[in-house]
Design a protein around this ligand. Structure first.
Ligand code: SF4
Length: 707
């Protein structure tokens, strides 16, 4: 038996794994004891990774390129040459007739950094459009926008090791126990080691994470800003703010101080549905603990005011000086294994390589020079929701979807299905051939996946880890980066830019892509010019920045109190309470909240293949308070129809003591294929945050009736 070290492909904890394999098959997996993210531990998902790669799962894989020339006919197996030449010809023809903005690429936070890099270069460099977005838009873009707005750069200042240094943890909008289980084990360890450590959890549901808290604030969905503003009000009233820190390291405090005068604890208690005393207690714990760290995820990000949710929370850190010290700071948890890597290469429609600013002509010129092109476009491309709207309206004619399943994961599903059906040409580059999106593929390109591919990922704490191949690809599957490089060269020929494309895409290994990517970061805030594959091989995962000549990365940022803004000061952001995109009404009287289960991950294309992972919750169920069930004559196990303005689903109802009356919850994982019709996201609205463009996947107003 042989062993290969790699990284778990699920959440942003980024645990190290040791893959056991024999005769070209993955036979087992265990935690890597040397990996700093997990020190040998794995959760239920990570510890069953080998089962998701078992021989019987091959049935779910895309194994050969397949093409259909007639929408009413099935796809037929073709050679890679035919597949990529056809794609290049179709894309080039559309670009020639309608311009570069008529095509788009939609990727994923599961792609490796090297995959991301070549996709970004293809779209923004060779094609000349910024229409490159990814499913990270659905989970992380409000955290990106919040960090940039408040602190000046998209850089999480904390590390997982800060959990052990923290005296108070403020977890908000995250069921860490389910979504980031190994980080939660570290929280349990820290509380055992320091019994005085406080855990405050803000969540509409009494989740497993909330159950473990010293103080749980079950706020009404979407009322975070009112809560944080009221906490700042209390801190000011009680004299708990750190005036020296505010004076020396921040700007904009006076306007925020004035605005939060209105947010009395009594007023916020009404808006948030909380006890006034609980708000005061939360403020005291946050402000007076020697070190407070907040940890947050989709419960902040997935709102149509997600950016301000983030900034209102960061205001608390700035007001109390709870940042830039061991155990203190705002720590955004990434849902995906490499959402961070995508952000680093500029893999979103409004980002440029290495945290450069698309609106800055000098930054665009730097990227153009690095890539050897005349320029890169200045106008932001279409973000996820806009991209599918563009497809539906005909503005975008062709889309290339890689490593993600928007026909399940996007909100307002009916519109997404309509958009994909209307597209002139849909390419789907996927490891799994059974997803809802594959059904729309005119061209299906089989890609390698975890255990078969090589490269790097960056976890929530800026730590870059190697991902390694243990076995070879099944069928004719190819690596994502290699598919892009091959396509780019062929597209160059069809666009009359053959020499340019050959010069731009010379890569033969992921390491050659990595070396160009790290050079693009030189002198940037995330400078990783000191990080080579051989260093990662010998020294293990490293945090950025790690410039040439450094002997270690940075565990935490802003320890000197200097921020990457023009003035060097962090910014207080004026944030006001807003209402959710839709409010409960007589017709749709219930709040619907969505979230993760312990044993499933995203759209289940991988975890759904492992029988053991259904033992926790075997099917999607609507969680509901007993009063709401009694009112409708429902008992646990009854079938109910859940309806929003956009569509409806039928599923079983489950009485749940984790919710207050008026609230319901449904897990996010099941799509149309697994629910025999529509997936749960048919219920959710596509309204999005004006800054981050992140849609409000956390909330809808619904009605529930016995089916
Ligand atoms: Fe994988 Fe996340 Fe579980 Fe670690 S905590 S094993 S990264 S799913």
């Amino acid at each position: 038996m042989a062993e290969t070290k790699s990284t778990c492909c699920y959440c942003g904890v980024g645990c190290g794994v040791v893959i056991e394999h024999e005769a070209g098959r993955i036979t087992g997996v265990r935690g890597d004891p040397d990996h700093p993210a997990n020190f040998g531990r794995l959760c239920t998902k990570g510890s069953t990774l080998h089962l998701s790669a078992a021989p019987d799962t091959l049935i779910a894989r895309a194994l050969y390129p397949a093409l259909r020339t007639d929408r009413n006919a099935g796809r037929e197996r073709v050679s890679w040459d035919t597949a990529l030449d056809t794609a290049a010809e179709r894309f080039a023809a559309i670009i020639a007739e309608h311009g570069p903005d008529a095509v788009a690429v939609y990727g994923a936070g599961q792609l490796l950094t090297e995959d991301y890099y070549v996709f970004n270069k293809l779209v923004k460099g060779l094609i000349g459009t910024n229409n490159l977005d990814t499913n990270s838009r659905l989970c992380m873009s409000s955290a990106v926008a919040g960090y940039k707005l408040s602190l000046g750069a998209d850089a999480p200042p904390c590390s997982y090791e800060d959990i052990a240094h923290s005296h108070a943890l403020f977890i908000t909008g995250s069921n860490t126990a389910f979504a980031h289980p190994i980080a939660f084990r570290r929280i349990e360890d820290a509380r055992k080691a320091r019994p005085g450590m406080k855990l405050v959890v803000v969540d509409p549901r009494r989740t497993d994470t909330a159950e473990a808290a010293d103080l749980h604030l079950p706020l009404l969905p979407g009322t975070d800003i009112a809560l944080y503003n009221a906490m700042l009000h209390v801190m000011l009233w009680e004299g708990w703010v750190n005036r020296d820190y505010i004076e020396a390291h921040t700007e904009g405090f006076d306007a925020v101080k004035k605005a939060v005068r209105e947010y009395t604890p009594a007023m916020a208690a009404t808006l948030c549905g909380l006890e006034k005393k609980a708000i005061e207690q939360a403020a005291e714990i946050f402000a007076t603990a020697p070190a407070t760290m907040s940890m947050y995820c989709q419960g902040l990000n997935q709102y149509s005011f997600g950016t301000h949710n983030n900034s209102a929370l960061i205001n608390l850190h700035l007001a109390t000086g709870q940042i830039g010290r061991p155990g203190a700071g705002p720590f955004s948890l990434t849902g995906q294994p490499n959402a961070m890597g995508g952000r680093e290469v500029g893999g979103l429609a409004n980002l440029l390589s290495a945290h450069r600013d698309m609106a800055n002509p000098e930054h665009r010129a730097e990227v153009a020079a690095l890539w050897g092109v005349d320029d890169v476009p200045a106008q932001p491309g279409k973000s996820a929701v806009e991209m599918f709207n563009g497809l539906r309206s005909g503005e975008i004619k062709a889309i290339w979807i890689a490593c993600t399943n928007p026909a399940q994961s996007m909100p307002d599903q009916a519109l997404i299905h309509e958009a994909l059906a209307k597209a002139e040409f849909v390419v789907v580059q996927e490891a799994f051939g059974h997803t809802e999106t594959c059904a729309y593929a005119d061209l299906l390109l089989p890609a390698t996946t975890w255990g078969e591919k090589d490269g790097t990922v960056t976890n929530s704490e800026r730590a870059i880890s190697r991902v390694r191949a243990a076995v070879s690809a099944p069928g004719e599957a190819r690596h994502d980066w290699a598919i892009v490089v091959d396509f780019a060269r062929r597209l160059g020929i069809h666009m009359g830019k053959a020499d340019l494309a050959a010069r731009m895409f010379p890569y033969t290994t992921p390491e050659s892509i990595w070396n160009e990517h790290r050079e693009s970061t030189r002198s940037r805030d995330l400078d990783i010019t000191g990080l080579s594959y051989s260093l990662l091989e010998n020294a293990g995962p490293q945090q950025w920045p790690f410039p040439e000549g450094a002997d270690a990365g940075k565990v935490r940022l802003y320890e000197d109190g200097v921020f990457p803004t023009p003035s060097g000061k962090a910014r207080f952001v004026l944030t006001e309470h807003r209402i959710t995109a839709e409010s409960p009404s007589a017709r749709y009287p219930l709040h619907l909240n969505t979230g993760r289960l312990r044993d499933q991950w995203h759209g289940m294309s991988r975890t759904g293949l492992v029988a053991r992972l259904y033992s926790h919750e075997p099917e999607p169920m609507l969680h509901m308070h007993k009063d709401d069930m009694e009112r409708r004559g429902l008992a646990s196990g009854d079938l109910v129809q859940v309806k929003s303005k956009r569509g409806d689903v039928v599923l079983k109802v489950l009485e749940s003591a984790t919710l207050r009356p008026g609230q319901t919850f449904v897990p996010m994982h099941w799509g149309g294929n697994t629910m025999g019709g529509q997936g749960v996201n048919v219920l959710l609205p596509s309204a999005f945050d004006p800054y981050s463009k992140q849609p409000e996947l956390k909330h809808a107003a619904v009605q529930v009736e016995k089916y």
